[in-house]
Design a protein around this ligand. Structure first.
Ligand SMILES: N[C@@H](CCC(=O)N[C@@H](CS)C(=O)NCC(=O)O)C(=O)O
Length: 211
């Protein structure tokens, strides 16, 4: 059995979508970020960076294994099950490339945009401008990629699509209406959101955790 430590955020949902896709049984441990539960001693022992998602695989070789960072979790679960990441060759590196592009780009930039535009006590037009421009650029990259290929890694659905789905869905839902000048016109992203969002495993993963 795998324990999944998560909350109602796009990063957390990468792990729950993946667990649903590969059909491994898992136990959800909700970490309420609003109550600062990510800083508890018990969670710090599992996720030393105090962020969700994290997993503990009680059936790992050599005994229970704790893993934090969504990219590492996606690769681990793909390799454990032999699903959604090619074992070798070009397809593997395309999937890793777009997965880590998400972890280093879309996640942090959208996270900072959300903070400076919505939650910061002092408004910083420079910071809002910086993260708005970078977010728009990243979605233009996504749109171009999905114009040339059905999925981010190429012909096949992979961990790269799982990494990007939650953040892209959240951005499309919020920015398309609130700030169309940031979101732009993205027909290929819209097609991909419908395809990926229509998967039963994705629907189930997006509903985790139940709060
Ligand atoms: N690079 C990390 C980012 C994880 C992350 O930012 N998690 C957020 C929720 S979406 C979190 O736990 N925030 C709590 C905090 O910052 O205190 C990953 O991809 O797993």
């Amino acid at each position: 059995m795998i324990d999944l430590y998560t909350w109602t955020t796009p990063n957390g949902r990468k792990a729950s979508i993946m667990l649903e896709e590969v059909a491994l049984p898992y136990d959800v441990k909700a970490v309420d970020l609003g109550k600062q539960e990510q800083f508890s001693a018990a969670f710090t022992a599992i996720s030393p960076n105090n962020k969700i998602p994290a997993i503990v695989d009680h059936d790992a070789q050599g005994g229970p294994l704790a893993i934090f960072e969504s990219g590492a979790i996606l690769v681990y679960l793909a390799e454990k099950t032999g699903k959604l990441l090619a074992a070798s060759g070009r397809a593997r590196y395309k999937a890793l490339e777009w997965t880590f592009w998400q972890v280093g780009g879309i996640g942090p930039m959208l996270g900072q945009l959300g903070y400076f535009a919505l939650r910061a006590k002092e408004k910083s037009p420079d910071a809002v401008e910086r993260f708005t421009t970078e977010s728009a650029r990243l979605f233009a990259v996504t749109e171009r990629r999905l114009l040339e290929a059905p999925y981010l890694a190429g012909d096949d659905y992979s961990i790269a699509d799982i990494a990007c789905y939650g953040w892209t869905w959240a951005a499309a839902t919020m920015l398309e209406r609130a700030a169309p000048e940031i979101w732009g016109d993205n027909p290929s992203i819209a097609r991909w959101l419908e395809t990926v969002g229509g998967r039963e495993a994705v629907k189930r993963g997006m509903a985790v955790p139940k709060v």
